[in-house]
Design a protein around this ligand. Structure first.
Ligand SMILES: Nc1ncnc2c1ncn2[C@@H]1O[C@H](COP(=O)(O)OP(=O)(O)OP(=O)(O)O)[C@@H](O)[C@H]1O
Ligand SMILES: [Mg+2]
Length: 404
């Protein structure tokens, strides 16, 4: 209380001294000099006030309420390498200041909400049929990164894990779709700066002539920085026995970047499982840099039907009861055909069914149509596929071959 009063008495005396000084100056110096004296005084006072504030803030950081406890200070210091750059030291100092009290607690639900990752999981779980092992693996990776985020806040060691991955599976099993979700997830968790996905194949990375490959590969890598580089059919990067191939040059650059820039870029290699296995056998360096293998199993008939229904639902169509049976029959036949591409074949056939549906409606232009008519696909829209007539002809050929 006395400190408070003394502070104000001091200020009043200072003000009085300034006023006396000014009135003496007013009587004894020229007007120009008087103005200069006043301006200099105001500037000096402002500078002194600023310096005092800065000094107080510095003291606040060193002994304020956020001062970390001893063990966490030690941990933070341990995380700042000796000889670190001034920027790294500043970051470490900020980390020490922001560290919560070791007794403070967090729930991982709060952390999930802060990272805003539930949206990614909703889209992964609700929009993608099946793929349970893949979803579980994505969940595991996200859990590790989430816990690491909280550990970092407490100043605990949380080295960035290796996040390069390999997605294996047949065509149309959802590899690209999941890779897009993964890029988004890693971005939201703070492990990728931008979270975009750059899709590349052999021809995008490897040149035809000497000196072409390095610039091509580097250009793609530059585009992918801050996101995911998704290399489809990655085994085509390597052609054993072809002495004129520049694939090895590309692989060497990739290996270097996957090691040195692993905090800026995630590489996902994709393709058929058996061919990827052979590729890894011939390229152990690449194999050792891949931390997560996700296998996308081919879809079963029921899953394909469910995928089709979900796709139709998204675009406000549906299958009548008979159309669903016809579609199931169609898929059973299509699965045995060459170039069957799982969910992509489903999408393609449904596109064709929509064409036939529209054509059927337009063929009778005078009939009045309800909203339901515009949404409902009928068995005829599926059964018109040439696959049915083809299978009938094949069955007839087989039957005649069996007859003596
Ligand atoms: N489980 C699923 N549920 C719903 N739709 C799916 C599912 N899997 C794939 N799709 C859809 O099928 C289509 C093909 O999927 P995607 O391109 O991800 O497959 P892919 O494995 O990358 O194929 P490819 O190896 O031929 O490149 C996409 O339209 C995708 O949305
Ligand atoms: Mg793909």
């Amino acid at each position: 209380m006395y400190g408070f009063k003394i502070k104000y008495i001091k200020s009043a005396l200072l003000l009085l001294a300034v006023l006396i000084g000014l009135s003496v100056a007013w009587d004894n110096v020229s007007r120009g000099l008087f103005v200069i004296i006043v301006v200099s005084m105001v500037t000096l006072l402002a500078a002194a006030a600023l310096a005092r504030d800065t000094w107080r803030q510095g003291r606040q950081y060193d002994r304020g309420p956020f001062r970390p406890s001893r063990p966490s200070r030690v941990a933070a210091r341990r995380q700042t390498p000796v000889g670190a750059s001034p920027a790294a030291k500043r970051r470490a100092r900020r980390r020490r200041i922001e560290e919560p009290d070791p007794e403070q607690t967090f729930t991982l639900a709060e952390e999930r909400e802060a990272a805003d990752i539930d949206e990614v999981f909703t889209s992964l779980n609700d929009r993608l049929v099946g793929l349970l092992p893949v979803k579980r693996k994505v969940d595991e990776i996200a859990s590790l990164l989430l816990v690491d985020r909280v550990r970092q806040r407490f100043g605990l060691q949380a080295p960035r894990p290796n996040l390069h991955m390999c997605f294996t599976g047949d065509p149309g099993t959802g590899k690209t779709t999941v890779a897009l979700q993964m890029a988004d997830l890693l971005h939201r968790l703070g492990y990728l700066e931008k979270g975009h996905l750059v899709h590349a194949m052999r021809d995008d990375l490897i040149g035809e002539f000497i000196g072409h490959t390095a610039p091509k590969t580097k250009r793609i890598l530059e585009r992918a920085m801050g996101g995911v580089l998704f290399i489809d059919e990655a085994y085509y990067l390597y052609r054993p026995g072809d002495s004129k191939d520049y694939g090895q040059e590309c692989i060497d650059i990739l290996l270097q970047v996957m090691e040195n820039d692993r905090d800026k870029l995630v590489v996902i290699l994709a393709g058929y499982k058996d061919r990827m296995d052979v590729f890894f056998e011939s390229n152990p360096g690449m194999s050792s840099r891949i931390a997560h293998h996700l296998d996308f199993a081919p879809y079963k008939l029921d899953e394909l039907v469910a995928i089709g229904q979900a796709m139709l639902d998204d675009s406000a169509y549906y299958l009548s009861g008979e159309a669903e049976m016809a579609f199931r029959e169609y898929l059973a036949l299509r699965m045995a055909q060459p170039r069957f591409a799982n969910a992509r074949s489903v999408r393609n056939e449904l596109e064709r069914a929509r064409l036939r549906h529209a054509h059927r409606l337009v063929a009778e232009p005078e009939l009045s149509r309800s909203k339901d008519d515009l949404m409902r696909l009928e068995a005829a829209d599926i059964l018109a596929s040439p696959l049915f007539s083809l299978s009938e002809s094949l069955a007839a050929v087989e039957e005649s071959a069996r007859r003596p």
